[in-house]
Structures are given as structure tokens and as C-alpha cells.
Design a binder for this molecule. Structure first.
Ligand code: PGA
Length: 246
């Protein structure tokens, strides 16, 4: 399956730095053999729409509302993302689960809204350090994915799934390739039980993926790409990860 390397810029960027970063990435786009996407802050969607025209670069948002329109100050709907030709929307990132108290059910509803608008949700699941140490990793990620399957069963093969151990995000601590592969295999089995098309779901790994560790992670049979935070802000690092994803 074709791999996906998706950058998650989080709340970083400026018109000027974004233009320079995208230009540097696109100068190597002839060499890309995997899918490449950038998930950017909502105000920069229009900039990405322009910068990525006629290129293989795809882009997306970092969240989406569960509502279509109305009195929801600060929210952005799937229809609005579609207006900007967004291909992806991250849902359930651990920063939103933790800082904005998003529940499994809410994340599942966000995935549903994205799918209904033809946007691919990048559904994030992952355990905290406390949960890993308590031996709860499988239980936690299966519970998080089960909520999304429950609400989106018939089109579950249309999602991208991101395994992001919370303890590895932004910490410089990466899951070992074996640890990540183990969880990816668990998630793959859960998807297979839900859909005959589970094998076309890209299951990507996120959490301190960088130029040095990407190749080993991406060599695992059930790791179909990466969701890359910090290293997606530096063109050379992100390009190295893209090059490792063949
Ligand atoms: P990181 O972030 O690569 O900086 O650890 C990954 C993510 O949060 O998606």
C-alpha cells in the first residue's frame, strides 16, 4: 500500500515561513513516491490551497466541528473545510483529547462529519504513559477505535488511522519499531473484524518520528506512514522522512 507522510504543524507558522517551507518541499516533489500532506492551522488553508495547486502536495485541517453551522463560536465545519478543498482533517489528536476534553464519542462524531463531506479523517488514538505502564495500551486504543467504528462502520475503510502514543508526542521518546508494530497489528485486526476493506486503511505512526528513526518504523509491515509534528516544520527533516517512505 502507498504510504502517507502527513505533517501536523499544530499552532505554528506564518504566511512568510509557510511559503518558504512549502516551496522547499515542492522543489523535491518529483522524487516523492508516497502520499504527502500537511495539516495546517485553519487560517492558512487558503494559502495551502494556492501553494499546492498543480502539485502532489495534499493538505488538511487539524480538527473539525461536529456541527454543520450555527452558534458555535470558534468552530470550523466540514463544509467550510471542503470549500478550501481540504483532503484531510485530523480528529482526536491527544492534545485535543487532553486540553479540550474531547471524548471518544465526540471524536467519532467528528470523523463522521468529515466523511460526510468527503474529507478523510485522520483519526488519532494512543495511550498515555500511565496507561502503558498499567498494561492498558491495547484496551485504550481499541476503545478509542471502537467508538469510531461504531458510528462509521460502513465507511470505516475511508479513514486514515494514526497511532500516537501520548508519551512519545513532542518528547523525543519514540516507540520502538516493535512497540509500534505491535499496536498497529492490533488496530489492523480490529479494522479487519469491522470491514472487508480494512487492508486499504493507512495506519500511520506519530510521536517524535524524525529523519533518524523514520526508516526503521516505516519498514514495519503494518506501519503505513507517519503523522509528523516537530520534524514537519523543517524542510530537510520532513523530506528525509518522505524519502524513507517508499
Ligand atoms: P511530534 O508530534 O512528531 O512532534 O511528536 C506528532 C503529533 O503530535 O502528531
Amino acid at each position: 500500500m502507498k504510504k502517507l507522510i502527513a505533517g501536523n504543524w499544530k499552532m505554528n507558522g506564518s504566511l512568510e515561513s509557510n511559503a518558504a517551507l512549502v516551496k522547499a518541499l515542492l522543489s523535491h516533489s518529483d522524487d516523492w513516491t508516497c502520499d504527502v500532506a500537511l495539516c495546517v492551522p485553519a487560517p492558512y488553508l487558503s494559502q495551502l490551497q494556492n501553494l499546492s495547486k498543480a502539485s502532489p502536495l495534499m493538505f488538511g485541517a487539524q480538527d473539525v466541528s461536529t456541527h454543520d453551522s450555527g452558534a458555535f463560536t470558534g468552530e470550523v465545519s466540514a463544509g467550510m473545510l471542503k470549500d478550501f478543498e481540504c483532503r484531510y482533517a485530523i480528529v482526536g489528536h491527544s492534545e485535543r483529547r487532553q486540553l479540550h476534553l474531547e471524548s471518544d464519542a465526540l471524536v467519532a462524531a467528528k470523523a463522521q462529519k468529515a466523511l460526510a463531506s468527503g474529507i478523510t479523517p485522520v483519526v488519532c488514538v494512543g495511550e498515555t504513559l500511565h496507561e502503558r505502564e498499567a498494561g492498558l495500551t491495547e484496551e485504550v486504543v481499541k476503545r478509542q477505535l471502537a467508538a469510531v467504528i461504531h458510528l462509521n462502520g460502513h465507511c470505516i475503510s475511508e479513514i486514515v488511522l494514526a497511532y500516537e502514543p501520548v508519551w512519545a508526542i513532542g518528547t523525543g521518546k519514540t516507540a520502538t519499531p516493535e512497540q509500534a508494530q505491535h499496536v498497529h497489528a492490533v488496530l489492523r485486526a480490529q479494522l479487519r473484524a469491522a470491514s472487508a476493506h480494512a487492508d486499504r486503511v493507512q495506519i500511520v505512526y506519530g510521536g517524535s518520528m524524525n529523519a533518524a528513526n523514520a526508516a526503521q518504523l516505516l519498514a514495519q509491515p503494518d506501519i503505513d506512514g507517519g503523522l509528523v509534528g516537530g520534524a514537519s516544520l523543517k524542510a530537510a527533516d520532513f523530506l528525509s522522512i518522505i524519502a524513507a517512505a517508499h
